[in-house]
Design a protein around this ligand. Structure first.
Ligand code: MLT
Length: 294
């Protein structure tokens, strides 16, 4: 699908009339990191995943990368798919995009799931580190970058036991061009804080974080939880930065419980209507509910 100046690679599964959940991946990965979540949600929800510009199989486009541009891509993507409102689930960079998108377009979102992410801007030291990473990519190539970053993404235990996940993540990183890696590192280092906007969030928020996340640790998740009124925090055992890949069992359970709570009315109506064959009633009630939320 064309969005702004680029071709976006995406998947759109589940019933058309179901509540929409859009997943936003981390850096420098792609939409396949959400395969397990798609599988468990797609019977009840319309589940959408996409590759952020310059990642996976989406085009790079011509504009310099920034979190604002990624947000604009997300909103245009929703427009093209005619999605007025959705819930978003973003991990790390995906969470930065989710928080930023909510700040500028609160009316487009019904709930947020913020995974292994942060509301802080990069410190000067973190920005310095990003520049070193850019130099590293230019000098030593993507393969060296992939091997080094894997070390920070997973727990020590997983580095020797979760070989399938590690190889999949390595493949996603290797599939990212040098240009995209460097442009995204610059975009990440220039991003604005969203900490000061957290008290304005007026939708339910689930915050998930791996207990052993070295990049956005539980203390950072705690700060978000304390500053977002309607938020729930779950710290997941046996997981580092990619908590959905390292502990999909607990991750999916919390995600499902949260979405079932957010969309309780919609799901009850659908189940009742499906049982009694009252399709027409279900459609009417859904329409009433959507008018009410407008
Ligand atoms: C990510 O997983 O998206 C990155 O770790 C984000 C970052 O480096 O800030």
């Amino acid at each position: 699908m064309m969005v702004n100046d680029m071709q976006v690679n995406y998947t759109d599964l589940g019933p058309d009339e179901a509540p929409v959940i859009i997943f936003i991946h981390g850096f420098p990965l792609d939409m396949s990191m959400w395969n397990s979540q798609v599988e468990v949600l797609k019977d009840q929800f319309r589940v959408i995943t996409y590759d952020i510009r310059g990642h996976g199989s989406s085009d790079t486009g011509n504009d310099p990368f920034s979190i604002d541009l990624f947000v604009d891509d997300l909103i245009r993507f929703m427009d093209v798919l005619k999605i007025a409102k959705a819930s978003i689930c973003g991990l790390s960079m995906g969470g930065y995009i989710a928080l930023n998108a909510y700040e500028h377009y609160p009316e487009r979102f019904e709930a947020l799931v913020l995974c292994d992410t942060s509301c802080m801007a990069d410190s000067p030291e973190a920005q310095e580190k990003r520049l070193k990473s850019i130099e590293n990519v230019i000098t030593n190539g993507v393969a060296t970058y992939a091997v080094e970053s894997i070390m920070n993404l997973f727990t020590k235990d997983s580095l020797t036991s979760e070989i399938v996940e590690i190889n999949a993540v390595k493949k996603m990183i290797l599939n990212t061009s040098e240009l995209s890696l460097c442009s995204t590192l610059l975009a990440l280092s220039a991003r604005q804080e969203t900490f000061s906007k957290l008290p304005k969030i007026n939708v339910p928020v689930l915050i998930l974080v791996g207990r052993e996340d070295l990049i956005t640790p539980p203390a950072v998740a705690e700060v978000m939880h304390k500053n977002i009124k309607d938020s729930f925090l779950q710290v997941l055992d046996h997981a580092g930065h990619l908590s959905n890949l390292e502990n999909p069992g607990d991750f999916n359970q919390h995600l499902k419980m949260f979405l079932n709570m957010v969309y309780k009315e919609h799901l009850i109506i659908n189940q009742t209507a499906n049982h009694s064959g009252l399709r027409e009633l279900r459609n009417k009630l859904n329409m009433l509910l959507s008018f009410r939320s407008i």
